[in-house]
Design a protein around this ligand. Structure first.
Ligand SMILES: Cc1cc2nc3c(=O)[nH]c(=O)nc-3n(C[C@H](O)[C@H](O)[C@H](O)COP(=O)(O)OP(=O)(O)OC[C@H]3O[C@@H](n4cnc5c(N)ncnc54)[C@H](O)[C@@H]3O)c2cc1C
Ligand SMILES: NC(=O)C1=CN([C@@H]2O[C@H](COP(=O)(O)OP(=O)(O)OC[C@H]3O[C@@H](n4cnc5c(N)ncnc54)[C@H](OP(=O)(O)O)[C@@H]3O)[C@@H](O)[C@H]2O)C=CC1
Ligand SMILES: O=C(O)C(=O)Cc1c[nH]c2ccccc12
Length: 389
């Protein structure tokens, strides 16, 4: 098998991989991006529902070196964000190797290099080997859908869909749909289903913060100057003013504040797109207990409520799948495929391995990781070059 040798291999051509490529190009460091899909930013192009838009203001959603245009709106649509990505790729002349599924990567002690193997999914499954001094895991914290193991799920006679593959509610008109999960995906999908006249119930089994995107924008801006507890107080005040007490609808506020929880658990507050109004109006029903078991079409909840459904949408989140192919993951990732080191040094592993976009801080975190990683690689490569003189 032919071995392709380069300084840096980046695995994944999402925003993280593209951002690192741009930064490495600035330093004239040779690198390659290996991407399993046939396009860049595939999460945004293929695996998000139609109505999704960026819920953070544009200043927190840009990649290094190119800010969003002053003429673009504060909150970008998906199309505007993808236009930005297209322009970014063109500007830096980034050309990922597409249809390269990385299924093995290991540090070779004798060579002192990383050995990365791919299956060329368009080349009849041909295998390719890459040898690199540095490798960046940029495969995303949303690489694999998470569906909980629920008793009797196999017996469900209706349709099951994960939020990653949900597009729009048009085909569910008049259907009884259960949305499991009340993060940003679940809450917006419930709204979308209601728009298309499905009968929607959503499971909200734990407390959640509900804020508007304007509140989050204010909070993120305040964090530049104020500590988290102060910002969280403002968020609680504004949320209370906007929504009042939602506990009668089965939505309880957590004891800790939204930005504190974001920092400690990575879980985002719900950024309301209009779902709360529909819940208040009784158009979307909240089920405040988890699923106990499923029997054919019937879902039995922990509260012993029982109801028949035609469709279950699992908006139960994602997991990193990097450990499936990264054999020496302990150099950079923990058992869950997430960074083993704490923020702010989470991006740096040992033996020249790095990870980007795995700190649960959205595109803002992606940009910070990319800059830090490229600077570090630049330093390492310069040192190696000096040593070999
Ligand atoms: C519905 C949704 C909405 C979101 N909205 C926002 C938002 O408004 N603002 C925000 O800041 N963040 C948002 N996020 C967070 C999101 O994680 C980031 O926007 C961004 O996509 C992260 O980029 P990434 O490159 O790290 O990961 P990804 O975009 O997931 O890219 C990873 C890439 O790696 C590739 N890959 C995976 N495994 C392999 C492999 N084995 N071999 C080769 N290639 C591989 C994938 O195909 C993919 O192209 C949202 C996430 C979701 C799911
Ligand atoms: N730009 C945008 O508008 C959007 C951004 N996003 C972002 O994408 C990322 C992923 O979001 P999302 O897909 O919502 O995933 P999340 O991980 O944020 O949420 C998963 C949800 O599933 C619930 N859940 C998990 N297991 C179960 C179970 N067994 N029974 C009932 N509920 C369960 C969790 O609640 P519990 O606490 O009870 O476990 C939680 O509410 C986030 O960072 C999010 O902010 C997502 C959509 C839109
Ligand atoms: O989209 C997400 O969930 C993100 O992780 C982006 C993000 C970073 N910091 C935040 C604080 C509040 C809400 C969302 C985010």
């Amino acid at each position: 098998m032919e071995e392709i040798i380069t300084d840096v291999v980046i695995i994944g051509a999402g925003p993280s991989g593209l951002a690192i490529s741009a930064c490495l190009t600035q330093y004239s460091i040779p690198h390659m991006i290996l991407e399993k899909d046939d396009c860049n930013a595939s999460l945004w192009r293929k695996y998000t529902y139609d109505r999704v838009n960026l819920h953070l203001a544009k200043e927190f959603c840009s990649l290094p070196l190119i800010p969003h245009s002053p003429s673009s709106p504060t909150f970008l649509t998906k199309t505007e964000f993808l236009d930005y990505i297209d322009n970014y790729v063109k500007h830096f002349n980034i050309s990922p190797h597409y249809c390269r599924l990385v299924d093995f990567a290991k540090y070779d002690e004798t060579e002192g290099k990383w050995r990365i193997e791919t299956t060329n999914t368009k080349g009849g499954g041909r295998r390719e080997v890459y040898l690199a001094t540095c490798v960046v895991v940029a495969t995303g914290e949303n690489s694999e859908e998470y569906i909980p193991e629920l008793c009797g799920l196999d017996s469900f006679e209706g349709e099951i869909v994960h939020s990653k593959n949900y597009k729009c509610g048009s085909k569910y008109k008049g259907k009884e749909v259960l949305v499991v999960g009340c993060g940003n995906s679940g809450m917006e999908i419930a709204y979308d289903l209601n728009e298309f006249k499905a009968q929607v119930s959503i499971v909200i089994r734990n407390p959640v913060h509900v804020l508007t995107k304007e509140m989050v924008h204010q909070g993120m801006s305040m964090l530049k100057r104020f500590p988290i507890p102060k910002v969280d107080k403002v968020m609680a005040f504004r949320s209370n003013l906007e929504y009042g007490d939602l506990s009668i609808y089965g939505i309880h506020r957590p004891d800790e504040g939204p930005f504190y929880l974001k920092q400690v658990t990575g879980r985002s507050p719900v950024i309301d797109v209009g779902t709360i109004r529909r819940i208040r109006d009784g158009e979307i029903k909240v089920i405040s207990s988890g699923v106990k078991r499923i029997e054919k079409r019937k879902v039995i909840f922990e509260s012993d409520l029982e109801k028949d459904f035609d469709v279950i949408v699992f908006a139960t989140g994602f997991k990193s799948a990097a450990n499936k192919w990264l054999k020496d993951h302990e150099y950079v990732l923990n058992e869950k495929g997430m960074p083993k080191n704490e923020v702010p040094r989470h991006w740096k592993g040992e033996k020249g391995i790095y990870c980007a976009g795995l700190s649960r801080r959205g595109l803002f975190g992606v940009s910070m990781d990319a800059k830090a990683i490229a600077d570090d690689i630049n330093g390492t490569i310069k040192l190696t070059a000096q040593a070999s003189l």
